[in-house]
Design a protein around this ligand. Sequence first.
Ligand SMILES: NC(=O)c1ccc[n+]([C@@H]2O[C@H](COP(=O)([O-])OP(=O)(O)OC[C@H]3O[C@@H](n4cnc5c(N)ncnc54)[C@H](O)[C@@H]3O)[C@@H](O)[C@H]2O)c1
Length: 442
Amino acid sequence: MSDKPEINKPTGKLGVLLPGLGAVATTFIAGVEAVRRGVGAPIGSLTQMGTIRLGKRTESRMPLIKDFAPLAGLDDLVFGAWDPIPDDGLDSARTCGVLSDAHLRQVGDFLGGIKPMPAVFSSDYVKKLEGTNVKKGSKKELAEGLREDIRRFKKENECDRLVMIWCASTEVFMKPAEVHETIAKFERGLETNDPGIAPSMIYAYASIMEGVPFANGAPNLTADIPALRELAQEKRVPIGGKDFKTGQTLMKTILAPGFKARMLGLQGWFSTNILGNRDGEVLDDPESFKTKEESKLGVLEYILQPKLYPQLYGDLYHKVRINYYPPRGDNKEGWDNIDIFGWLGYPMQIKIDFLCRDSILAAPIVLDLALFLDLAQRAGMSGIQEWLSFYFKSPMTAPELYPEHDLFIQLTKLKNTLRWLMGETPITHLGTEYYEDYYRDV
Ligand SMILES: NC(=O)c1ccc[n+]([C@@H]2O[C@H](COP(=O)([O-])OP(=O)(O)OC[C@H]3O[C@@H](n4cnc5c(N)ncnc54)[C@H](O)[C@@H]3O)[C@@H](O)[C@H]2O)c1
């Protein structure tokens, strides 16, 4: 492994730019402000609450991650957003209905100060939305417009650095096409308004061109195309994605590695959800759902490795349904029926009924990604940040690699990357205390 990199200090303000000022974005911003005002705790955030074991276990060195790695502090964060719906952060949070009136009273003034910039948006890519707060022009002009927004935001808010995290709606399913192959083809496509270039790609392009790290919280292709991966390398910008790992998929990547570790077979996994927020409405469109479905289905295949274990996982039937059901709002309910089998093939069943809150699970991911992407950039890391796969349903990887989905391997990789960044020895669990070490201290 190469030497510890030099890491620039996190001086000054870090601007967090969010395409999409909906449920996830407003819950994230409100939460950070609640923590800053001392009226909330950042539960679910590894950067704020997690510790990291250093050296030998006998050394008892277990600092908080935020005290170990030079991350930006919450007080240094400022927020900006784009949205085709002109509502400010407070009105949007009220519409989304995630946070209680009591919480909104505590931080509403702050949320109300966040006015979305005109978005790069087209209902060709998100069928169920109409917006009035929208930029006009060719795709090239739209990209220029976003780049101007980024520069203006940075200047007006006196930011030292920026990161961008896509928190906007899921776009229609798209396959990689010729226009995505190289930077030159992509830039020509911007000039000719190629339909293969979705709005999210224009944000990612503008972000990378401005030297701003970019992560994609939705399953859209976005930056996961050769042209933008290459651009990120060329401009030395860290990127990551796709699709925040929350709810049912989070449960899957916790449980499936356990079944596999114990060599228990799986015959079927049926997952269904009801949710009633705007995300649910957008996903009610078959083309947006297809994007999400692909992202949710890949997980088990990679964790279980059916080619290596055909007897255990070769015949697995995996089905995922998402049902838009307005009365439920953001409080999604996800059911899983898992058909497993054990010794001599005897069948067993597990039922899960997860009454979760989507945006409450996603908000800390946005925070951690913002802080870790900024750290990565200050450490000179660029391109796909695989060590942040922990946060994604469909982690981006180099084309020749397969993604790692097992949450616990992902966590080990994340923490070992932090150890390496800070010049500490990575923990490989190769001692005689392998098991105890692995499960207690990763
Ligand atoms: N909440 C979760 O647990 C979770 C998990 C994984 C992924 N996601 C994804 O995160 C995204 C946000 O989720 P949400 O619940 O906040 O959805 P939401 O519908 O509440 O908010 C999305 C916002 O994006 C805006 N938008 C749409 N297209 C845009 C564009 N081109 N530019 C700027 N803004 C645009 C919409 O107007 C809306 O305000 C969705 O794509 C969702 O699939 C959410």
